[in-house]
Write a protein that binds this ligand. Structure first.
Ligand code: LER
Ligand code: MN
Length: 274
């Protein structure tokens, strides 16, 4: 069954970024519940930003799931990437993601590797960067297995990485891994920049797609840009997608309106068919 999620950021350095709710996790959970979301996706500065007990209590009292946790704070706060020329930085990046996998894993949620993948250049060849990325995904994918969750890897648009920009390049990377516990994230904002046909790209991603960032062309909530969602919904149904559509969108025009717009659009698109 396709389920709805809404993002919550606790990372002050990311202010202005594509997250719906900010700073106040209890208030975000209350509003997510009131609007009828199935889950939240959490962007936290570090694994001890919220204790296991507090998060369990917030999720259970609001009957919410944890859809996923982001790891981008490792980049935003500490400038760590998996493809840095500096071996010490690469190791710290892996350790940070490992700790975020454990943070989400105890709540049954996968961690997402997006901006932590970094980019090639500055003395690092593309081949070298892809080798480091592959090694990290294999190691971290197997680490996630103990929690019974996959590791989620996100292709990004060309302005954010030069490693993997499309779903099809993501599938090639997934096929090259030793670990079979890594899945792709399809973010409709990035796809709108990189794909020539979003629905065809989703069909090509098929079973490799494990998470969706549900957002419009301009990173505003779904329905506030120029994406044509009908073929995207048909493609998701065709591949039998059964994960989250998670609103990683700007808080536009404000957080409550962005969340409300997202859930209305989600219901309009999926109605009773999910
Ligand atoms: C960044 O643009 C993004 O889409 C995030 O999900 C990656 O961490
Ligand atoms: Mn995203």
């Amino acid at each position: 069954m396709i389920r709805s999620a809404v993002t919550v950021s606790l990372v002050t350095e990311s202010k202005g970024g594509p997250f719906v709710f900010w700073d106040d996790l209890p208030a975000a959970c209350r509003q997510a519940k009131e609007l009828g979301f199935d889950a939240i996706e959490l962007f936290a500065p570090c694994p001890d930003a919220v204790s296991k007990e507090e998060l369990t209590s917030l999720l259970t009292s609001h009957e919410l799931q944890l859809a996923a946790v982001g790891t981008g704070a490792g980049w935003v706060k500490h400038k760590l990437t998996l493809t840095s020329a500096d071996a010490h930085v690469r190791r710290r990046a892996i350790d940070f993601i490992r700790s975020m996998i454990d943070f989400g894993g105890v709540h049954g949620a996968p961690a997402i590797i997006g901006s932590m993948q970094g980019r090639w250049g500055d003395g690092v060849s593309k081949d070298q960067a892809m080798t480091w990325l592959t090694e990290a995904l294999n190691e971290l994918g197997e680490h996630a297995r103990q929690h019974g969750v996959p590791l989620i890897y996100e292709p990004l648009n060309r302005y954010e990485t030069n490693l993997v920009n499309t779903v099809s390049a993501g599938v090639d990377l997934m096929k090259s891994l030793k670990s079979d516990n890594v899945k792709l994230l399809s973010d409709l904002f990035h796809m709108n920049i990189e794909e020539s046909d979003l629905a065809a790209a989703i069909r090509g991603g098929g079973p490799w797609i494990g998470h969706i960032h549900f957002v419009d062309s301009n990173r505003r909530p779904a329905g506030c840009g120029h994406l044509n969602f009908a073929p995207i919904v048909a493609a998701l149904q065709q591949i039998g997608y059964g994960g989250y559509l998670s609103a990683e969108a700007l808080s536009w025009p404000d957080a409550p309106s962005a969340a409300e717009q997202t859930i209305h659009e989600f219901r309009r698109l999926f109605g009773s068919s999910r």
